[in-house]
Design a protein around this ligand. Sequence first.
Ligand code: GLU
Length: 510
Amino acid sequence: MDLQNVRVRFAPSPTGPLHIGGVRTALYNYLFAKKHKGTFILRIEDTDQTRFVEKAEEYIQEAFDWAGITPDESPWNPGKFGPYRQSERKPMYRQYADIMLNNGTAYLAFDTSEELTAVRERAKAAKMPNWQYNHITRNSMQNSLTLSEDAVTEKIEAGIPYVIRVKIPRNEEVRFEDEIRGWVTVNTSNLDDKVLFKSDGMPTYHLANIVDDHLMQITHVIRGEEWLPSAPLHVLLYRYLGWESTMPKLAHLPLILRPDGNGKLSKRDGDRLGFPVFPLNWMDDATGEESSGYRERGYFPGAFNNMLAFLGWNPGTNEEIFKLPELIQAFSLERVGKSGAKFDAPKALWYQQQYLRSTSNEELAKLVTPIAQDMKLDFESNSLISICGLMKERATFLKDILEEGSYFFTHEFSYDEKTVKKKWKEHTPLLLSDLKSEFEQMEEFSTDAIETTFSEFLTKNEIGFGQIGPALRLAISGKGMGPSLFEICNLLGQKQTITRINKALETIKI
Ligand code: GLU
């Protein structure tokens, strides 16, 4: 598909921390825009002042910075279609509601919230729990369709609050083609007369969203499946505003499902199963509750993006590792699935492991340095590079390198009790002491030389690796498992290896 002037937007409502489902939507928009050399826009949909959360916008910005999916136009980097916050666009919306009032596709409604509640209650009592303001019920409500023109003017002049509702026709088919789902047909009898403009002078999501997508020249609306039920109304709004010919294409992404069961992945699933559902940590100021994020868990942004991209999309090959530029190359809406994508926590860890392993030792050392400094560890930059090289195959996160390889940073460590019990036998001290003597006589303490000395030692004593290897590991690292023994010895150096063996011989008692 060769598309021109692609303009897509991610349009979050700042009501709390951005869920990873939202980040995936943003990522797909970003990939689609970059693939077609288009523009990725961030628009803040803050028309609902009651649900506004102060820190949410900052959180979105920080999350995008971390993930590296930078919008081309946004509130903090405006282009020529601004402002990019709907609250700042407030004066722009009423004129569009007026177009619809004038062409008869919208009307004023004066019903108070008490009246609406009363109607709903009455309907419930009559066993009709899903009362809607629609083509039937509007005929018995207080609106400009039922009241006389004079009565309406009188109410307006008296300053009685009103909302503007869309007038949904009875029994019409609305059809549109979704880029992911194909043709969707909905009968208007199933739609209600949604409020477009509120009595506080603010548009609702539906009106503001359509007006802004139009004014910002959005070509593709790529958003979560939860907005699919709103799409028929949006199609009607484009029609009623006379914008049908430039209506953006619609693409509704599949939900991200919880790993067990079929529900939508929620914050509670994350808490319950112990994985983050947010990109960054989030502190709920109201409850004091803290939720963990991928960044703080130690995920690399590349691994996070790669994992997210594969929740709902696949490249059609067996390849799984795609850095951001490769994702841009490979991405297409055609390869986004229709059915929900189950979140897979072990897979997230697998991606992180792969990214860590493919990072050079030098780069890892650079990344690990501030963490090591925070932990007040004692280290030399050069040996840190080698330690990273040695430990990365056994690590998932940067901190694992330091924790698993803690014995490189301190001479004070305890000996793993299980290994002592299983591997430290009566004859061990004598063997280890002999091995130490061999080590002491070595002139060059390279990994190869250590390995040769060790093998010769086994042959000479007619023993297998198991009779001395684990004991040596215990002596020099305190652990029962780890990377190559000879490389550890080499990194520690001859003197330190011997000191550690001596200390183990003095300390470990059976
Ligand atoms: N403000 C809506 C949200 O919070 C945007 C939906 C859309 O993309 O149209 O998800």
